[in-house]
Structure formats: structure tokens, C-alpha cells
Design a protein around this ligand. Structure first.
Ligand SMILES: Cc1cc2nc3c(=O)[nH]c(=O)nc-3n(C[C@H](O)[C@H](O)[C@H](O)COP(=O)(O)OP(=O)(O)OC[C@H]3O[C@@H](n4cnc5c(N)ncnc54)[C@H](O)[C@@H]3O)c2cc1C
Length: 605
């Protein structure tokens, strides 16, 4: 019965089993199946969704709940009055790229060079650039449009025939010109192209939009649909992988590494549990279930912190405390201003004016023009710490004077490699905080009143561990948001920057009045109190990552630079969880590049 799937389906013996047909899984599936002599199976938890909400660029403004995984919630956040938060992850063929906000931006060279510095040769900026290009096709804006809105770019940093279509919406709201004036008044940098390695300052970033079809470009559309007919590639949807299977005979002789022989999975429709096993020559399991479910699956399979596994009744195959540690995301803070004097239409119009919305929709459906072709905006200042606060030097010295383990979760306390890894990360972060090599805050250009800032370089670290009473339910996610007090400082630095920005003469056209936190709040304590009262802080911008970090093993690495899980044969991870340190950018374009490089690394053997 262990060969049931091969028997039931078509008798194929697979060389690769990819767990998760999301963003990374489909990239890897595409590249590995380019070789007709290799056969590839993708098992995806979700289904195919080709509805309007996945196509229409404007739909990127609303959360597509139908394609999100149910019940993924963080534990009460001690620093945020024990609030819990939905951690948004996709469950759909194409993964996060089907449901996300379509911001397609890249970090700075220093963000990726940091990965290389943690013991990952070939993962620095110079090499990653190749994969940023390979994954994309860039569509420049029309010269008239670019001139009118001062949209700058350098197409040479993108690809010319990659699967993901990248470009700008063909229309912009007029008020954005005034909003940009206020940014030009700031003493910051204005890179012509953010994707050139210096993504620090105020700049235009593209979307994953196909400007010809005027629709969302995503992993399924770019990487799977065009090759779905390959005979050596099979995608099964609605399948939840529940265990990675190891060669039990190997396991008995403790001297040998564990070796994968296949996976066990459950058909979500019939609830039937099945197995798929490699043939005699073996194969590789590639974990691409994302930053929450890849660590869960490793733990369900006996690879993870022994204490966590035992508590959940899972037999320990390999004690690896680093599995599920190092979780990072971009914590956010929202400020509110009352504004007047906006032109018609503005970005709020389509959200609040039903007639306008209906007309925009009809126009899009008839000829793909109008505001339904506009996403969420493409002007995204990402600032370095010195650009945000004159206090940056004192921040760096407080960081370096912290006892390294002081603000880390328990798993770091008894684990020397995780702690050493954090110290190595901290050194890199101290360098980034001292200068303008990398962004530490995202402060998207805003003028309609709601102002979001996102911390790009948190020092707090979260964990993903099995739910001891229901190991197969979504795992326990401790974000530990703001556990390190410097993270709070940095968020408040951004709040103060925004406040200063909104009081500039160039913003007076809006007659803005800060309503939350409100200018009576001045000290750190007052600001924090008001922000907590207003539920204005969150641990996540839907960018969970880093929970199975690629690093030297003695630095808390789970995978090596070939993405192989240490000590296990036939098992790699390719998704956002292998990122060792979160970048100063939304994640998707980085994940595409990681997966492209991951596929190359796998093909090299
Ligand atoms: C709501 C939202 C908004 C976002 N906005 C942006 C944005 O505007 N710009 C940006 O750059 N990034 C954004 N992101 C982040 C970005 O989309 C993700 O970081 C990226 O898509 C993650 O890719 P991945 O391959 O790691 O995981 P995913 O794309 O999530 O793929 C993982 C896949 O594995 C499947 N899976 C999980 N467990 C199992 C299992 N046990 N068995 C089988 N399959 C399984 C899942 O169903 C999923 O399809 C957003 C994300 C979300 C959720």
C-alpha cells in the first residue's frame, strides 16, 4: 500500500517531490522539469483560483480570504497587550503571489551580502542579481506617463524574458505629485532605480503587473500554466503533506545520515492518507510550504527541537533546535491624520464611492482601462536609520551593549549555535544601522490620512513550533514582537519621522491633523500608550520568513548554502524560510530570486 499513489495515478517514479505549489514550489517545479529525464511531483494544500480577484490589479487592495490558510494565528503578544494576530499565509496554487499586495521591490546589496556573510557563498548581491533578472520581464512605463509623474527606472536591472511580468500601472492619481514634493523636501536620497543595489531613499517600485493584459502576474501564471502540459510534471491540488518519510533501515545505524524515501499526505477532500515513495535510485523531497508550514512539517517528521517534538508525541529523528527559530517579519505601526483638500479622484474614492467603483469596474471589464488596473501605489520610501533619526549612533551603541541573549526566546538560551548566529546577525545589523547601506524602515508615500510604517530590521526573533495537543493543526507562532526594546524605539523613530513629515509646509495643502496617536503624545511612553490604545501596532506585514535559516550549522543554520537540511540526505528547503535575515523590501521578488537560484543549486546536484 505504500506505493499506492504510483499505482493509483500513472505508475510514475518521481525524482523530486515538491511540498507546496506556492511561489517557490512552482519556480522549482518549472526549472527542474525542464530536464525531460527528471520527473517532478508537486503536492499543494490549496486549489487553483483563477477568479477575478486574482486577476484584477485593484483587487490587491482587499484580502482574498478564500485563498488564505485558516486558523494561522500568533500567540498573545506580551508587548502588545496580549493581542493575537492573524498571520496571513496563502493556501492556493501560486501561493502568496496570488493573494498579495503586488508590491514588487528588492532590497539593497547589503541585505543580500549579509546572507553571504553568514556562511552562504554565492548568495550575495552579485549572484542574486542574476536571479532577480532571470525571474522577471520588465515593462517600462510610457515616456509620457513617466515624464508626467517623474517615474524613474533602469530596465537593465530587470530581465527581458523571465516569467514574472513587472511594470507600473498606466495611471496615477494627480495628488501624488504634491505628495512627492513633500518627500523631495526631505534630506534623503532619491535613487533613480531602487533595484540597482541601493534601495535606500524615496523611489518608485514596480508591481507584478502585466501592463499589456492589465492583470496580476503571479507564480502560477508565470511558472506553471505555460508548462502544465509537460509529461514529467504533475501537480496535485488539495493535498496536505503530513510527514516526510525516512529510510528506517538507515535510521537504525545511527552513524549514517537520515535519508528521505518519500512523503505521506492527506487528500483534503476524501481525508484519505496516502504515501508517495521514490523508486530504487532515490530522490529528493523539496520543502516549499512557506515559512510557517515548512518548519511545522519538519517537526511533524521528527526533525526539530527535541523538547517540542516530545511534548507533541512525535518520535525524535534528529534534534535540531534551530528548526522554527529565527522567525522574522516586518512589524508595523499605523498613524492617522484627518486630511482635507484631496482632488477627485484620489485613492480613497474607489473604496468609498460606489458609483465611481462601479464605473471603474465596468471600464476595466470592457477595455482593461481605468482604476481597476491600479494596485496599491508604487511610491515607497525605504529609509536608513540615519535618514530616520539623528539618534542612530546611540541606537547602535545600545544594541552592542545589550547582553546578546537578553531579548531572545528560550530556545536560544540553551543553544550555543543559535546564539552565535544571532550575534553574527547583530554585528551585521549594527553596521547597517550605522550608515546608509540598507533600509531599516519602510514609510510608504501616503496622503489620504492612513500612514503605515514598517520596521525592516527587527532584532526580536520569533519561533514556530508544533501545537502539542494538535500537532497537525497550524503551529504555535510566537512572534515575540518588540521583545527587544530597540525595535520599539525604531518604530517610534518612524512615528516621529512621519509626524515631522506631515507637518512640513509641503504637506499643508492637506491641512493634516494627527488623530492617532495625536500630538499630545510626545514621550516614548505616551506614544506607546496611545498606539496600544488604538491597536496601531502589529507584528506582521504578511512577510514571515527565516524560520529555517540558511547559515553555517554552528551559526544556527538549518540548511546549508545548497539548501540541504544538515545531516539529512534527499531533503532541501526552498522558500522564504531559508532567508537568514529579512531584507529591507517586501518579500516576493526576493523569494522568486531565491527559488530560481535554489533550482539551479538543486540541478547542480
Ligand atoms: C496577504 C499577503 C500580502 C502580501 N503582500 C506582498 C506584497 O505586496 N509584496 C511582496 O513582495 N510580498 C508580499 N507578500 C509576501 C509574499 O507573497 C510571500 O513572502 C511569498 O509569496 C512567500 O513565498 P513562499 O514560496 O515562501 O510561500 P507561499 O507562496 O506561501 O507557498 C507555500 C505553499 O505551500 C502550501 N503548503 C503549506 N503547507 C503545505 C502542506 N503541508 N502540504 C502541501 N502544501 C502546503 C501552501 O498552500 C502554499 O501554496 C504578501 C503575502 C501575503 C500572504
Amino acid at each position: 500500500s505504500s506505493n499506492r499513489v504510483q499505482e493509483e495515478r500513472d505508475g510514475t517514479i518521481y525524482d523530486y517531490i515538491i511540498v507546496g505549489g506556492g511561489t517557490s514550489g512552482l519556480v522549482v517545479a518549472n526549472r527542474l522539469s525542464e530536464d525531460p529525464s527528471k520527473s517532478v511531483l508537486v503536492l499543494e494544500h490549496g486549489y487553483i483560483d483563477d477568479s477575478e480577484r486574482t486577476r484584477i490589479p485593484y483587487a490587491a487592495n482587499s484580502l482574498n480570504y478564500g485563498d488564505l490558510r485558516d486558523g494561522v494565528v500568533s500567540t498573545p503578544a506580551t508587548q502588545l497587550r496580549n493581542r493575537t494576530f492573524a498571520i496571513r499565509v496563502a493556501s492556493v496554487v501560486g501561493g502568496g503571489t496570488i493573494v498579495n499586495g503586488m508590491a514588487f521591490c528588492r532590497g539593497s546589496a547589503a541585505d543580500y551580502d549579509a546572507w553571504e556573510a553568514l556562511g552562504n557563498p554565492g548568495w550575495g548581491w552579485d549572484m542574486m542579481l542574476k536571479y532577480f533578472k532571470k525571474s522577471t520581464t520588465f515593462h517600462p512605463p510610457s515616456p509620457e506617463h513617466a515624464k508626467e509623474f517623474n517615474i524613474t527606472y533602469d530596465a537593465s536591472y530587470y530581465g527581458t524574458n523571465g516569467p514574472i511580468q513587472v511594470g507600473f500601472p498606466t495611471l496615477e492619481y494627480q495628488d501624488i505629485k504634491k505628495a512627492w514634493k513633500s518627500w523631495f523636501a526631505e534630506n534623503i536620497t532619491f535613487p533613480r532605480e531602487h533595484a540597482a543595489g541601493k534601495a535606500v531613499g524615496a523611489y518608485w517600485t514596480p508591481s507584478n503587473i502585466d501592463p499589456v493584459q492589465v492583470r496580476r502576474s503571479h507564480a502560477r501564471l508565470g511558472y506553471y500554466d505555460p508548462i502544465a502540459g509537460r509529461k514529467n510534471l504533475k501537480l496535485l491540488t488539495g493535498m496536505e503533506v503530513t510527514k516526510i518519510l525516512f529510510d528506517e533501515s538507515d535510521e537504525k545505524s545511527k552513524s549514517k545520515d537520515l535519508k528521505t524515501i518519500g512523503v505521506q499526505y492527506k487528500d483534503r477532500q476524501t481525508n484519505k492518507t496516502m504515501k508517495v515513495l521514490f523508486g530504487k535510485k532515490g530522490g529528493e523531497v523539496i520543502l516549499s510550504a512557506g515559512s510557517i508550514f515548512s518548519p511545522q512539517l519538519l517537526q511533524l517528521s521528527g526533525i526539530g527541537p527535541a523538547g517540542v517534538l516530545k511534548a507533541a508525541g512525535v518520535p525524535v529523528k534528529k534534534d535540531m533546535p534551530a528548526v522554527g527559530a529565527n522567525l522574522q517579519d516586518h512589524p508595523t505601526v499605523v498613524q492617522l491624520f484627518n486630511v482635507s483638500g484631496l482632488s477627485f479622484p484620489n485613492p480613497s474614492t474607489i473604496l468609498t464611492n460606489e458609483t465611481f467603483n462601479a464605473t471603474a469596474r465596468a471600464e476595466y471589464l470592457a477595455n482593461k482601462t481605468g482604476w481597476y488596473g491600479y494596485t496599491r501605489g508604487n511610491s515607497l520610501p525605504f529609509l536608513s536609520l540615519p535618514q530616520i533619526t539623528p539618534e542612530y549612533r546611540s541606537r547602535v551603541s545600545s544594541l552592542l551593549s545589550q547582553k546578546p541573549g537578553a531579548y531572545l526566546p528560550d530556545v536560544y538560551k540553551n543553544n550555543e549555535s543559535l546564539l552565535k548566529g544571532f550575534i553574527a546577525q547583530r554585528k551585521i545589523l549594527a553596521e547597517q544601522f550605522s550608515g546608509n547601506s540598507a533600509a531599516i524602515g519602510e514609510l510608504p508615500l501616503a496622503y489620504t490620512g492612513g500612514v503605515l510604517s514598517a520596521l525592516q530590521k527587527p532584532l526580536s526573533r520569533g519561533t514556530v513550533t508544533l501545537n502539542a495537543t494538535h500537532p497537525e493543526a497550524p503551529p504555535v507562532i510566537e512572534t515575540n514582537v518588540l521583545q527587544n526594546p530597540l525595535d520599539t524605539k525604531h518604530l517610534l523613530d518612524m512615528v516621529r519621522f512621519q509626524r515631522q513629515h506631515w507637518s512640513r509646509p509641503e504637506m499643508s495643502w492637506l491641512s493634516p491633523v494627527e488623530t492617532s496617536p495625536g500630538i499630545s503624545a510626545q514621550s516614548d511612553e505616551e506614544l506607546l500608550e496611545e498606539l496600544l490604545d488604538g491597536n496601531a501596532l502589529s507584528p506582521t506585514l504578511a512577510h514571515p520568513c527565516c524560520s529555517l535559516q540558511m547559515a553555517k550549522e554552528e551559526l544556527g543554520g538549518v540548511v546549508d548554502s545548497k539548501l540541504r537540511v544538515y545531516g539529512i540526505r534527499g531533503l532541501r528547503v526552498v522558500d522564504a524560510s531559508v532567508i537568514p535575515m529579512i531584507v529591507g523590501a517586501h518579500l516576493m521578488s526576493t523569494v522568486f530570486a531565491v527559488a530560481e537560484k535554489g533550482a539551479d543549486v538543486i540541478r547542480e546536484g
